[in-house]
Design a protein around this ligand. Structure first.
Ligand code: CA
Ligand code: CA
Length: 132
């Protein structure tokens, strides 16, 4: 009984020594894994926009426009094009405005958050067009 229990532990320890941990902390999944990059627009040390992306496209962008540490504008894309956007205009953590038309979203951004226009309203969300 005891031998049966110990053998797999020893085997695991030996393979750990030989091959390293099964799930090393720095193992970055390949393929279409979603990654994220935070951008600090106003250089105050806190991220204002976070881009989520796969190998090809930014799939989602979110912005914290009132600097409370929570995202309040989100843009969703599909195949590199605008899909929809939502905004939490009273900053209660719930989206209260939705956009399905990029022009409507652009007009709203222009009026309410002009500083974020270049970051959130893109005609093309291909990852290669971003400089990170
Ligand atoms: Ca900032
Ligand atoms: Ca916010």
């Amino acid at each position: 009984m005891r031998k049966i229990y110990i053998l797999p532990v020893i085997t695991a320890l030996i393979s750990l020594l030989l091959y390293g941990p099964l799930f090393p902390a720095n193992a970055v999944p390949k393929g279409n894994a979603i990654q994220a990059t935070a951008i600090d627009i106003d250089k105050d040390g806190k991220p204002d926009v976070v881009y989520y992306y796969d190998d090809k496209y930014i799939t989602m962008a979110e912005a914290d426009t009132n600097k409370d540490g929570r995202a309040d504008v989100r843009v969703y894309t599909r195949n590199g094009k605008f899909k929809s956007a939502e905004a939490d205009t009273d900053y209660d953590g719930k989206a209260d405005k939705e956009f399905s038309n990029p022009d409507d979203f652009d007009a709203w951004l222009n009026q309410n958050n002009p500083g974020y226009e270049d970051y959130l309203n893109r005609p093309n969300w291909e990852k290669t067009l971003f400089s990170f």
